[in-house]
Design a protein around this ligand. Structure first.
Ligand SMILES: [Zn+2]
Length: 338
């Protein structure tokens, strides 16, 4: 099968590798759509992925082969590779290791991921894709589950004003999830015009350009001088977390969703007297995947809006695509068509 094998030093090699054989409790999934995740772009950019790894975890596909012990699934079924509850002992070390460190331990890489024609998945992980959800939207279930997880960890309630910093795929999904959770006024900060427009199309009351305006000041002005109730940092750039704290309402909340890979300067004296609460949200739980699939199927979160003709690339365009994504970009969601 064709796979994009990471070579180290920001290089992919698209080449033929052996199609893996499912172990008794695994299925072989033929990948149809594989979305490119910011986490993988970071892994590429900072050379965090081990050489030989096949990245990609935002996939939709069809079951191609069942392991000998797998029951309840058929060859040909449309599936996403997440949302099932792990069996005892099957939990990720991210959740169970008491001293888990994402920076030093996060990119274990022997598994063959979704930037390949086929991938192996433990059968317990699988969720069937609802008929109403096309493959390119189903491939967004993982990032959507990250947004759902962030909103479920937040204090967002009916009538809240919510700020979202960064309208990449996670930010756009987060604002929609916050809206589904009851937020009635959405304020977004995003410099790329195409992303800003999409945020408006998806219901943002105001989208400000952080390169031209002071994010904190504008968020406060646009929320009656109080500041948003909850702000999601979906950018994780140098100044965004401090901007979020500076803008949040007294007693409000900041949720860090993006994973910053560099230190972020903070100026607590500016905002700590307002007793702003801080939470982080990391990845997602199986339940969040199921909620995400429901929200995508019902249209309460639009995955379609993130996908256009320009979203699709071929596997052999992965090198130039990742190089492009390292720059602050105007691209929306990018998916590999397999
Ligand atoms: Zn992802």
């Amino acid at each position: 099968m064709q796979a994009a094998v990471y070579q180290g030093a920001q290089r992919f090699d698209v080449r033929e590798i052996d199609t893996p054989e499912p172990r008794p409790n695994q299925v072989l999934v033929q990948v149809t759509r594989s979305a490119i995740c910011g986490t993988d772009v970071h892994a590429f950019m900072y050379d965090l992925a081990p050489a030989g790894a096949v990245l990609g975890h935002e996939i939709a596909g069809r079951i191609a082969k069942l392991g000998s012990d797998v029951q309840g699934w058929d060859v040909g079924s449309r599936v996403v590779a997440g949302g099932g509850d792990p069996p005892p002992g099957g939990e990720s070390p991210m959740r169970t290791d008491p001293r888990y460190n994402y920076r030093t331990m996060g990119f274990g890489g022997s598994r063959t991921g979704g930037y390949a024609e086929f991938t192996l998945v433990e059968a317990w992980r699988l969720q069937a894709i609802p008929d109403a959800v096309p493959d390119e939207v189903a491939a967004l279930t993982e990032p959507c589950s990250v947004a759902v997880h962030a909103v479920r960890r937040s204090a967002v309630k009916l009538g809240d004003t919510v700020g979202v910093v960064g309208a990449g795929p996670i930010g756009l999904l987060c604002m929609q999830a916050a809206s589904a959770a009851g937020a009635t006024r959405l304020l977004v900060s995003e410099p790329a015009p195409a992303r800003a427009q999409l945020a408006r199309d998806l219901g943002a009351a105001d989208v400000i350009n952080p390169l031209e305006e002071d994010v904190s000041e504008r968020f406060v002005e646009l929320s009656d001088g109080l500041g948003p109730d909850v702000i999601f940092d979906c950018a994780g750039f140098r100044d965004t977390l401090d901007q979020a704290f500076a803008a949040a309402r007294r007693g409000g909340q900041v949720i860090l969703v993006a994973v910053p890979w560099e230190p972020m300067p903070l100026e607590p004296a500016d905002w700590m007297a307002r007793e702003v609460d801080f939470r982080v949200s990391f990845a997602s739980e199986p339940e969040d995947w199921r909620v995400a699939l429901d929200l995508l199927a019902s249209g309460r979160i639009s995955g379609d809006a993130l996908v256009s003709e320009a979203s699709f690339i071929e596997l052999d365009q992965i090198q130039e695509t990742f190089e492009g994504l390292m720059q602050p970009s105007s691209q929306l969601q990018i998916l590999i068509k397999l």
